[in-house]
Design a protein around this ligand. Structure first.
Ligand SMILES: Nc1nc2c(c(=O)[nH]1)N[C@H]1C(S)=C(S)[C@@H](COP(=O)(O)O)O[C@H]1N2
Ligand SMILES: [Mo]
Length: 263
């Protein structure tokens, strides 16, 4: 397994160097590499799919992430990425302690729906103490409470052609010349219906702090931190990730991270 990963990483590095040389070459013939139909690009994309398939095989669809004892929560959840959204729509909700917040559920559902925080809190809840692993090299154990995402999906009645859940967020990330880019993320329906996948409104027995994604953020406990969208505005059921951002399924994925951030 580890040899497979190393080889694959090496391949991606070589492919990455080749791809990054393209703009310098000034040769139009190379542009084909970057087009959606190119075999090189297809092969790079299939390397990601392969890791995803291998991990799914090894992990199994219903395998639970480890859960911890209350005594192992030593501090608040360390905030990372956006910690204080400044969009007008967000600030308007925040001043009223999110009383007017409604989670929108749209896309490939039979019953497009919206839910207030109170409605979400009145649904069956799940509490879990888990470890959050960030690719920046830190981990943090915290207690999360929320409604299983599966439950919300069942309320809205997912259509059979839906394959992914896209999380649209209130915050944007500043990418210099590209300006402010909205944060978004996506998962497949296997992870969406996993028993530990919850829309969390509580952290360590308190309402979810703004720094950690208030009023609602998702926990996807078998994947890395960047998958766990904070400040969720809406969730959209889709059959393809192509139309969003640069089409790779998430803010960080569009910048080169793997779509399947399994741990
Ligand atoms: N909307 C939004 N979600 C986000 C981020 C972000 O910047 N914006 N950062 C991600 C990253 S990289 C991590 S590690 C976790 C951080 O969650 P925390 O602040 O609760 O620790 O949120 C993830 N979800
Ligand atoms: Mo992260």
């Amino acid at each position: 397994m580890s040899r497979f990963l190393v080889n694959r990483r090496r391949f991606l590095t070589v492919a990455g160097v080749a791809a990054s040389a393209v703009p310098l070459s000034g040769c139009d013939a190379f542009d084909g590499f970057l087009s959606g139909q190119s075999p090189v690009r297809g092969f790079m994309a299939s390397a990601n799919t392969l890791t995803y398939r291998v991990q799914r095989m090894l992990i199994g669809a219903d395998q639970l992430a480890p859960e911890f004892a209350a005594s192992e929560v030593r501090q608040g959840q360390r905030p990372n990425g956006s910690t204080d959204p400044t969009g007008e729509d967000y600030l308007a909700l925040q001043v009223k302690a999110f009383a007017d917040y409604r989670l929108q559920v749209t896309g490939l559902v039979e019953k497009p729906s919206s839910f207030s925080l109170e409605e979400l809190r009145n649904m069956p809840s799940r509490t879990q103490i888990t470890r959050h692993d960030c690719v920046e090299g830190w981990s943090c154990i915290a207690k999360w409470s929320g409604v299983p995402l599966a439950r919300v999906l069942d309320e809205a009645k997912v259509k059979p052609e839906a394959r992914f859940v896209v999380f649209h967020c209130f915050d944007s990330m500043n990418l210099g010349l590209s300006g402010a880019v909205p944060y978004y993320e996506s998962i497949d329906l296997i992870d969406a219906r996993h028993p530990q996948t919850i829309l969390a409104y509580g952290c360590n027995d308190q309402p979810l702090p703004v720094a950690n994604g208030a009023p609602l953020r998702v926990r996807i406990e078998r994947q890395l931190g960047y998958k766990m969208a904070k400040y969720i505005k809406s969730i959209e059921l889709v059959s393809t990730l192509q139309p969003f951002g640069s089409g790779k399924g998430g803010f960080w994925e569009d910048l080169g991270y793997e779509w399947y951030g399994g741990i």
